[in-house]
Design a protein around this ligand. Structure first.
Ligand code: MG
Length: 391
């Protein structure tokens, strides 16, 4: 059964139902045990209230079948004790002399049935089996409710965490440099927030994804970048798009804050976006170009269909993923791969940026391979106030 958030497995139970039969008449006990055992139930018996209380302490029962009148305790009081241990336990009251008062009290304690002696053995078997099925269903319902409550609580907490992120988020900027002129070509805008619960952009994005708040997060970030642009010392800023941003109409709105400065913005799209089942991705990219945005393919080389995405999206800029940059001075395979991508980018008329450059040896190897633009800790770490570069 699918309740929307939690599925409940209603497969037949594999363990037999357990019944406690309480009666001080040995003849009734014998008959009940024979009938119920034959019906496939596990039966425990008690011929006194003290014995019944012991059984209730030691075992869990689906059904308690009890005589109304027991020496020392009434069947109804016994039911109340059983209910305190398991609120779902089903109670069946048996009496030889039906009285209005005990009938009313059995309704009050929520007894499943009130059986009047004499009753047929078939009726007894059927009623107890039904009561056991009701107990099983009640327990499934209770555990499903608990799971739903846990899920709701976790979601509430996640929502509070994301609200904290939205309240404290800021953008850090990392320079993208042109080595030959020792100049800053652009800055990449990177999401940052002061949140212990969601300490890095990956955690923030996956929280927003789970809460279906990616459009809100994306438009908040883009508005912040547009506001920061006034302070930016160079013309161009690179902004990362999440693949799902391409499905958000507010990205394409000419009146959105970032659209107003589109000519200064390069939108970075991971190659994943081209493959993530966004069917009209090319048409969407064209709409962004019409607004004035340029497009960069981000993280190129990290995925399996890297070059296909260059062909499909015809980006103005291609960014090599740091996974193929790291240690490139010592890796012949990565050098060959980068050489091939440099040729393809040149052929396609796209600029190439090597990301994640951390050592002078990596930089020099990349220069030898034909890379001219770099980004990485070697030049500057991301920081709020458009950091400068120590050449
Ligand atoms: Mg990026």
């Amino acid at each position: 059964v699918w309740t929307g958030d939690v599925s409940i497995d209603l497969a037949p139970r594999c363990d037999p139902a357990r019944v406690l039969v309480v009666d001080d008449d040995p003849c009734v006990l014998r008959t009940a045990i024979r009938v119920l055992t034959r019906a496939g139930l596990v039966v425990e018996q008690a011929d006194s209230s003290a014995a019944a209380e012991r059984k209730l302490t030691d075992h869990i029962f689906d059904v308690v079948l009890s005589d109304v009148h027991m020496p020392g305790i009434s069947g109804l009081d016994l039911f109340q004790r059983a209910r305190e241990r398991d609120p779902d336990v089903q109670l069946i009251l048996v009496t030889g002399a039906p009285e209005l008062e005990s009938a009313l009290r059995s309704i009050e304690v929520g007894a499943y049935r009130y059986l009047t002696k004499p009753f047929g053995v078939e009726e007894l078997g059927r009623v107890v089996t039904e009561a056991a099925a009701v107990h099983h269903a009640e327990q499934l319902k209770r555990s499903a409710m608990q799971r739903l409550e846990h899920k709701a609580a976790a979601k509430r907490e996640l929502r509070e965490n994301l609200a904290e992120v939205l309240a404290t988020l800021f953008i850090a900027y990392q320079p993208i440099v042109e080595w030959s002129t020792r100049s800053i070509y652009a800055y990449e805008a990177l999401l940052r927030a002061r949140s212990e619960a969601l300490p890095h952009p990956g955690a923030i994005l996956s929280a927003a994804e789970r809460l279906r708040s990616l459009p809100l997060l994306g438009s908040t970030i883009r508005a912040r970048i547009a506001a920061d642009l006034e302070r930016c010392p160079v013309e161009t800023v690179f902004a990362n798009l999440h693949p799902s941003d391409l499905l958000d109409e507010s990205l394409f709105s000419p009146t959105a804050p970032l659209s107003g400065v589109a000519r200064r913005i390069v939108l970075e799209i991971t190659e994943r976006a081209a493959l993530d089942g966004i069917s009209d991705v090319r048409a969407r990219i064209e709409r962004l170009r019409e607004l004035g945005f340029r497009i960069a393919i981000d993280d190129l080389g990290a995925g399996y269909a890297a070059l296909a995405s260059v062909a499909q999206l015809e980006p103005e800029i291609v960014k090599l993923d740091m996974s193929i940059i790291r240690g490139v001075d010592c890796s012949r395979p990565n050098q060959r791969l980068i050489k091939a991508i440099v040729a393809i980018a040149r052929d396609a008329g796209a600029k190439l940026i090597a990301e994640g450059v951390e050592t002078a040896a990596e930089r020099d190897a990349l220069l030898d391979l034909g890379c001219r633009m770099f980004q990485g800790f070697l030049f500057a770490k991301p920081a709020k106030d458009f950091p400068t570069v120590a050449w």
